[in-house]
Design a protein around this ligand. Structure first.
Ligand code: NAD
Ligand code: G6P
Ligand code: MN
Length: 433
C-alpha cells in the first residue's frame, strides 16, 4: 500500500485530507497515514488524529493512522510527503498581519511583508525536511501546501536536491468551483486555462464543455459577491472598464494589487474591530477543535468551510492520485517553469495548468503572458526569488531589497523599517539572520 507522511498533521485541515483519501481509496489505496507535528502542536495532533482514526474506522478502510513527533520515522520509505505546517503558529501570522499596518502597508499572510516573513520562517524548515527526504524516502513526491506556496516551492526547486516537488493551492480549484456556481453548471464541465504564480494566477480562458465563456464570466466579476472565490478574502468587485480590458479572469489575491487602497483600508478597519484574519482564525480554530473532540463525530464538519482552504483535499488527493495512476489529466499546480511562461526563469516555480503523470506535472506551454499582466507577474517573481535567496542566506540587504521591489511597499525606507521590526518580532524563528 501507499505510505503518506503529512507534516503539520495537527492542522485543522487534516480531516479534509482524510476525507479525500477515503473518497478515492479505490484508486489510491493508502495503507499508512503518518501525521507529524511538534511538541507545541501536541494537543491539536491528538484531537485531529483521533478524528482521522474515527473517520477511517467509520469508512471501514484498512488505513493505519500514526501520530508522531518523530519526523524521520514518518518519512522513512514514504511514497508521498505532504506539508501543511505553520512555523510560529497563528501568533506569528497575527504579527505578519499587524506590524505592516502601522506603516500603512497591507498585512497579509502571503503577500507583501507577511508573505516575505512567512517565507523567511518557513524556507529553512522546508529545506531541512528536504534533507530528510533525500536520505529517508528519495523517491517520494513532496506535495507542498505550506505558504507562501510559490516561494516555498521555488526554494525547494533552487536550493534543495529534491526534484519531485509540487506546490499546491486551493485557489485555482476554488475559481473553477466558483465559476461553476456562477453559471449554475456542474464543476466537472468547467475548465480554466491557468497561468501565473501562486496567489497571482490568471485564468487566460474559461470553458463550459470546451466552449469559451470568458466574456460572460468577466462580466460577472464586476459584482462584489462574485469576485472572490475564497472565504478569507471579501470580494470588492471590479470596475467593468478595467476587468473587460484586462480580459482575463483574476484570482481573489489580485484585489491586493489592483485595489490596494481599498483593501488596505478594509483590512485596517477589520484589524480594529474583529481582529486580523489570524485572530479570527484563532477563534474559528477553537470552535473547530471543540467539535473535533466530540467522540461521536466521524466526518469532516461543515464548519471547516469557514476557513480559506476549502477544496484542499480535492486538490491534494486528486493530484496524488494522478501521479500514482499516471492519469495524464490536467490540473493547475506550482511547478518548475521550464520555459512554459516566457520571461520567467526556467528554474522558477510557476502556477499553471499541467498534465499530471507518474513523472509529475508537465506544464502546458503558455508562451508570453498578455502584456497587461506580464509585468506584475515578473515583478512578483523577482520578489519571490530574492525573498527565497534572503531566506537561505540570511542576507539582510536582500530582505530589504525584496520588500522594496514588492508593489505593495511605498518606499525603501518603509521597507527597511518594516523588515527591522519584523526581524525582531520573529527572531525566535529566524536563525539565519
Ligand atoms: P496551523 O497553524 O494549524 O499549523 C499546522 C500545524 O503545523 C500545527 O499543528 C503546528 O503545530 C504545526 N507545525 C508548526 N511548525 C512545525 C514544524 N516545524 N514541523 C511540523 N509541524 C509544525 O496552520 P493551518 O492554518 O492549518 O495551515 C497550515 C499551513 O497550510 C500554513 O502554512 C498555511 O499557510 C497553509 N495553507 C495553504 C493553503 C494553500 O492554498 N496552499 C491553504 C490553506 C492553508
Ligand atoms: C486561501 C489560500 C491559502 C490561504 C488560506 C487562508 O484559500 O489559498 O493559501 O492560506 O486560504 O485561509 P484562512 O482561513 O487561514 O485565513
Ligand atoms: Mn493558496
Amino acid at each position: 500500500g501507499i505510505k503518506i507522511a503529512t507534516i503539520g498533521g495537527g492542522s485543522s485541515y487534516t480531516p479534509e485530507l482524510v476525507e479525500g483519501f477515503i473518497k478515492r481509496y479505490d484508486e489510491l489505496p493508502v495503507s499508512e497515514l503518518w501525521l507529524v507535528d511538534i511538541e507545541a502542536g501536541k494537543e491539536k495532533l491528538e484531537i485531529v488524529g483521533n478524528l482521522a482514526k474515527r473517520m477511517i474506522e467509520k469508512a471501514g478502510l484498512p488505513i493505519e493512522v500514526h501520530l508522531t513527533f518523530d519526523r524521520r520515522a514518518a518519512l522513512k520509505d514514504a511514497d508521498f510527503v505532504t506539508t501543511q505546517f505553520r512555523v510560529g503558529l497563528l501568533d506569528a501570522r497575527a504579527k505578519d498581519e499587524r506590524i505592516p499596518l502601522k506603516y500603512g502597508v497591507l498585512g497579509q499572510e502571503t503577500n507583501g511583508p507577511g508573505g516575505l516573513f512567512k517565507g523567511l520562517r518557513t524556507i529553512p524548515v522546508i529545506l531541512d525536511i528536504c534533507k530528510d527526504i533525500e536520505e529517508l524516502c528519495p523517491n517520494a513526491w513532496l506535495i507542498n501546501f505550506t505558504n507562501p506556496a510559490g516561494m516555498v516551492t521555488e526554494a525547494v526547486l533552487r536550493y534543495s536536491n529534491i526534484k519531485k516537488v509540487v506546490g499546491l493551492c486551493n485557489v485555482p480549484i476554488g475559481m473553477e468551483m466558483g465559476v461553476a456556481k456562477l453559471l449554475d453548471v456542474d464543476h466537472s464541465r468547467i475548465r480554466i486555462d491557468f497561468a501565473g504564480l501562486n496567489h497571482m494566477v490568471y485564468g487566460l480562458d474559461v470553458y463550459v464543455d470546451g466552449v469559451s465563456v470568458k466574456d460572460k464570466v468577466i462580466d460577472l466579476l464586476t459584482d462584489p459577491n462574485n469576485s472572490s472565490f475564497v472565504k478569507n478574502i471579501e470580494g470588492l468587485g471590479w470596475e467593468p472598464e478595467f476587468i473587460k480590458a484586462l480580459n482575463v479572469l483574476t484570482c481573489p489575491y489580485h484585489m491586493y494589487y489592483y485595489k490596494t487602497k481599498d483593501m488596505l483600508e478594509k483590512d485596517a478597519e477589520n484589524a480594529k474591530s474583529e481582529g486580523t484574519r489570524a485572530e479570527v482564525v484563532q477563534r474559528l480554530e477553537k470552535e473547530l477543535f471543540e467539535l473535533y473532540q466530540d467522540q461521536n463525530l466521524a466526518i469532516k464538519p461543515p464548519q471547516l468551510e469557514k476557513r480559506g482552504g476549502a477544496y484542499y483535499s480535492d486538490a491534494a488527493v486528486r493530484l496524488i492520485t494522478s501521479i500514482y495512476t499516471d492519469k495524464g489529466d490536467i490540473q493547475p499546480v506550482n511547478t518548475r517553469n521550464n520555459g512554459a511562461i516566457a520571461g520567467i526563469p526556467d528554474d522558477s516555480a510557476v502556477e499553471v495548468s499541467c498534465i499530471i503523470t507518474k513523472d509529475g506535472p508537465k506544464p502546458i506551454t503558455i508562451g508570453e503572458l498578455p502584456v497587461q499582466v506580464q509585468g506584475l507577474v515578473q515583478q512578483i517573481k523577482s520578489f519571490e526569488r530574492i525573498s527565497a535567496e534572503a531566506a537561505v542566506t540570511g542576507d539582510y540587504n536582500k530582505a530589504v531589497l525584496a520588500l522594496t521591489i514588492n508593489p505593495l511597499t511605498p518606499s525603501d525606507t518603509i521597507a527597511k523599517e518594516i523588515v527591522n521590526e519584523m526581524l525582531e518580532a520573529h527572531k525566535e524563528y529566524l536563525p539565519q539572520f
